[in-house]
Design a protein around this ligand. Structure first.
Ligand code: GYE
Length: 306
């Protein structure tokens, strides 16, 4: 028969699985939904979750991981705020024989033995999907298309990869020109501020590509304050598809959103159970995602959970 895995959820007398999770922070709607998914799935699975919020700082994440090691948790999972600089602390976890799962964001270490699995999206593909929409949208345009880009947190995998995937696709046609590209830290506040500076120094912006919804939403405020119409005077592409982003999309203020799912909790709990039991897991677990136009956003919005 195809029984449910019998050992999750406690009751077996051998104690609950203890999971240490080091989160990036609370920079965006995506992150809030991700945290909720992890907390709810841990509770559902009957695990003890030790949750730490790094407030966007790598040093805080490293401290949290060290504290999980000292407390001898069963499994450590974390979403690396930036890609580099993890080898030392992950060696410490390895020496303590505590399995590590990377959640949402990748690290750049060539030593893959430092973690059991990496679950999350393909951020390069997300950037490519953004670029492909743009190429199609402007296929009949002969004049230059001036693009401004709001990047995510410097050094973070989704910032590096969304930039690279997008650049790779649009470089096929020289009419696409990225005239300004700066970080907006994945936050609304910075997205708004940086968009203001873009608008002050360029009077012919055709397109905004923002690496997440929140920065796009901040930028919309700046665009409206400048007397322009977001989605018309300036076309907007974002990534994530959280509720506020989808609402702006359905209103035509955003033109296209590439989905990035924050609902990683259930799969993360399964992976944690398997590695805690000494089983083997896939080194890479990919999230399935789609894209949304304004019409599609209107259709799915009523059922959108986050
Ligand atoms: O797109 C952004 C968040 O790492 C995929 O981080 C995540 C990104 C997400 O702040 O909104």
């Amino acid at each position: 028969g195809d029984d449910e895995g019998g050992d999750a959820g406690g009751g077996g007398g051998d104690g609950k699985l203890v999971l240490g999770f080091a989160q990036v922070g609370a920079e965006s709607g995506w992150r809030t939904a991700n945290t909720k998914s992890i907390q709810e799935s841990a509770a559902e699975a009957g695990y003890e979750l030790k949750f730490s919020d790094a407030q966007g700082k790598q040093e805080n994440q490293i401290k949290a991981i060290r504290s999980f090691i000292t407390q001898r948790v069963d499994v450590i999972a974390f979403s690396p705020v930036v890609e580099s600089g993890w080898d030392t602390v992950l060696k410490e976890a390895q020496d303590a024989e505590i399995p590590v799962i990377l959640t949402d964001r990748a690290i750049d270490s060539p030593d893959e033995s430092l973690y059991e699995s990496f679950i999350g999206s393909d951020f390069v593909l997300e950037g490519e999907k953004a670029g492909e929409w743009l190429v199609e949208e402007y296929k009949d345009e002969t004049e230059p298309v001036n693009i401004v880009e709001l990047q995510g947190t410097p050094g973070a995998a989704p910032a590096n990869d969304r930039k690279a995937g997008f650049a790779e696709v649009i470089k096929a046609d020289p009419k696409f020109k990225v005239i300004a590209s700066q970080t907006g830290q994945f936050t609304r506040t910075d997205g708004k501020q940086v968009m203001e500076t873009f608008l002050n120094s360029n009077d012919d912006i055709d397109v905004l590509y923002a690496h997440n919804d929140d920065m796009g939403l901040g930028a919309i405020e700046a665009i409206e304050a400048a007397g322009l119409e977001p989605g018309k005077d300036i076309k907007i592409i974002t990534v994530d598809a959280v509720k506020d982003g989808m609402t702006a999309l359905s209103e035509g203020k955003i033109n296209f959103i590439v989905e990035c799912s924050p609902l990683l909790g259930p799969q993360l709990m399964e992976l944690a159970q398997t590695v805690a039991d000494g089983g083997t897991v896939e080194k890479r677990v990919l999230t399935e995602e789609t894209t949304f136009t304004p019409e599609q956003a209107k259709e799915v919005l009523p059922e959108r959970q986050y």
